[in-house]
Design a protein around this ligand. Structure first.
Ligand SMILES: O=C(O)CCC(=O)C(=O)O
Length: 351
């Protein structure tokens, strides 16, 4: 549950977060990573050896090119009910308690291809939607595969740093992962925190680890000890990595699943590409015995990883987007929709 917005928060003066850097090639990467996860729940990952300086910008550029397509072309790649493929503006409101309007960003969700019959037990096991361009699809599939491998490697380093039985502890819950590659384009809209207009509302991530690549437009903020801090853009190929709720639960909050949000201070469009490494739908997650004691009892009951995701999706996704209709009426195909354009269509909107 996101914490309450700070009283008297202004829209201009956020101090900058100094996130710890984890050099994955360093011999003490496991120790540094665990400390970063305890103190921040966020770190900057360097020297991971997976992607060149040019490959991440290529993915960002491909995302930008897709979002520039006409709305009807984009909607042909949409499976909103299954949160797959193109997701039009106003498809979610991640912090309904503190947001007065749905988020004007648009998105695109890519998952692994489901195995036959898998959808009977995992509602996220649905086929991907793809635009007609085969090169675009190949690039995204290759990025998804690479990030899945990188995710496994980082999870193994974390397991080692935590002193778990074996490095493959988390990998055992990643046989049929619900991982999502999410392409996002934030509208060129200055956020207004006090009025509840945000790029992305305050939230924690649902799964294990998130690997964020983004362009150089600032926006990401993290909440540490009650204060919102701005995270400066990180040049590729470094990633901003953060922990999801499953790691906080497994470690009984020894590691942090830190609340974060996106506040557009520049009014420029922003493209980001988070990759969410998410355990299997049926992975059972409960605090591990080594993180529980008489003085520190279990803070969470056992949960199925997938059920947690279902609950969170249901709480934050809007059904049909009235803002989208407003965009169509305005003839705005570019994904440049803003809450100002759609405000009239928003029941209860304060914008
Ligand atoms: O765009 C970003 O920088 C962060 C996105 C994010 O927090 C999310 O999609 O969960």
């Amino acid at each position: 549950m996101p914490p309450a917005a700070a009283e008297g928060e202004t829209d201009t003066a956020w101090r900058e977060a100094k996130l710890p850097v984890v050099d994955l090639a360093s011999p003490d990467a496991d120790r540094v990573m665990v400390q970063a996860c305890k103190d921040y729940g966020f770190f900057v990952l360097t020297n991971h050896g997976k992607y060149s300086v040019t490959a991440v910008p290529e993915v960002l550029e491909a995302a930008r090119a897709f979002f520039a397509l006409p709305m009807d072309v984009k909607m042909a790649c949409s499976d909103c009910n299954n949160s797959t493929g193109y997701l039009p503006p106003f498809h979610e409101r991640l912090d309904p308690e503190h947001q007065s309007v749905d988020e004007s960003k648009e998105g695109y969700h890519i998952r692994r291809d489901p195995e036959p019959g898998e959808s009977a037990t995992d509602p996220f096991a649905v086929p991907n939607r793809w635009p007609p361009d085969p090169a675009w699809r190949a690039l995204m599939e290759s990025y998804f595969a690479t990030m899945s491998q990188l995710g496994l490697r980082v999870a193994a380093v974390l397991a080692r740093g935590l002193g778990l039985d074996d490095d493959a502890f988390f990998a055992r819950s990643l046989a049929r992962p619900m991982s999502v590659l999410r392409l996002l384009r934030y509208a060129p809209e200055v956020s207004d925190v006090r009025r509840g207009v945000l790029g992305t509302g305050a939230h924690t991530d649902y799964g294990l680890l998130t690997f964020l690549a983004a362009d150089d437009v600032p926006g990401l903020q993290v909440q540490l000890d009650g204060e919102w801090l701005a995270v400066p853009p990180v040049p590729p190929p470094a990633f901003i990595v953060n922990l999801g709720d499953m790691l906080a639960r497994w470690t009984n909050d020894a590691l942090r699943s830190t609340c974060h949000r996106v506040v557009n201070t520049s009014g420029l469009a922003r493209v980001s590409v988070p990759f969410f490494l998410e355990p299997d739908f049926d992975a059972r997650v409960a605090p591990l015995p080594q993180f529980v004691s008489a003085d520190n009892p279990a803070r969470y009951p056992p949960i199925l990883s997938g059920q947690h995701s279902v609950d969170m999706y249901q709480a934050t996704r809007t059904e049909v987007s009235p803002g989208l209709d407003a965009l169509r009426d305005n003839g705005d195909n570019s994904g440049g929709g803003s809450n100002a354009a759609a405000a009239a269509a928003m029941p209860g909107s304060a914008a």
